[in-house]
Design a protein around this ligand. Structure first.
Ligand SMILES: C[S@@+](CC[C@H](N)C(=O)[O-])C[C@H]1O[C@@H](n2cnc3c(N)ncnc32)[C@H](O)[C@@H]1O
Length: 254
């Protein structure tokens, strides 16, 4: 099954998983911190899923938001929300690697996109698409499987509704199996793919990003005294990242 077909079958469960606490207190908080003020910015949300972040960006004042996802069902959910509560988000069902917006944007987000690359060549294509879509001076912000800290024996994140398994140690292209358990008790699975941190750094540089950097996932300050989060923050299953397209570069190169 392709990644799009996998998400076609788990779309509703995936949407429900956005209620898991780590989504709000870590994932969302980290992204908001990294994105800064989105007012009057144009945003391209690659791998937008059912549009949870696209809608948030629009509500935060973004001038225009386009979401792109390869799963027809995820896009169908996003469009249904847009019909129910019109915010002006636009959605496209397409492979992010092949997508080019009509006009360059201020911000590209890649929230769990890059970890779908099975090979350096696939990662190159994702990062080239991010670079191509940005105006000079624009920023790329993302969230990802934390390839700097693969799961270790004895790790457990089950109390957060998140389990990750992979070979120890993982090698290039190995599958990382994610199992999410929602508050309603429904569990579902999907795979990401492991590529080494050095592969990410090299692919970002080759795409034109000179300043790609990982940013540790951050816990919302209101939760920082709660030991409930200790295992999550120690095992670091997820990570943020940022990069920018240098001002004064053309759309396709330096
Ligand atoms: C873990 S979900 C994240 C969705 C959304 N960014 C979020 O955080 O809720 C990963 C998404 O990536 C999409 N995806 C995987 N490969 C893709 C590709 N080549 N192009 C576009 N979307 C892709 C899947 O269909 C799925 O919706």
């Amino acid at each position: 099954m392709s990644d799009g077909q996998v998400y076609d079958t788990i779309a509703e469960h995936y949407r429900e998983s956005k209620w898991l606490l780590f989504r709000h207190f870590i994932e969302r908080y980290t992204l908001v911190e990294l994105l800064g003020d989105l007012r009057d910015r144009t945003v391209l949300d690659l791998a937008c899923g059912e549009g949870v972040y696209a809608r948030q960006f629009k509500r935060s004042g973004a001038a225009g938001v386009t979401g792109v996802d390869v799963s027809e069902q995820m896009i169908a959910l996003a469009e249904a929300d847009e019909r129910r509560d019109p915010l002006g988000c636009r959605y496209v069902c397409a492979d992010a690697a092949a997508f080019t917006p009509a006009a360059p944007v201020d911000v590209v987000t890649a929230i769990y996109l890059l970890n779908y690359a099975r090979t350096r060549a696939e990662l190159d294509r994702f990062l080239q698409a991010c670079y191509r879509a940005l105006r000079p001076g624009g920023i790329l912000v993302g969230f990802n499987d934390n390839v700097r800290r693969p799961p270790r024996p004895g790790d457990s994140l089950a109390k957060y509704g998140l389990e990750k398994t992979c070979p120890d140690p993982p090698r290039e292209s190995d599958a990382i199996r994610y199992r999410l358990t929602n508050h309603d008790g429904q569990a579902f699975e999907f795979d990401n793919y492991y590529l080494e941190p050095a592969t990410y750094a090299a692919a970002a540089r080759a795409a034109g990003f000179d300043d790609f950097r990982w940013v540790d996932a951050m816990l919302e300050p209101s939760e920082q005294d709660d030991s409930y989060w200790d295992d999550f923050m120690t095992q670091e299953p997820l990570t943020g990242f940022t990069a920018s397209k240098a001002a004064g570069t053309s759309a396709t190169g330096r």
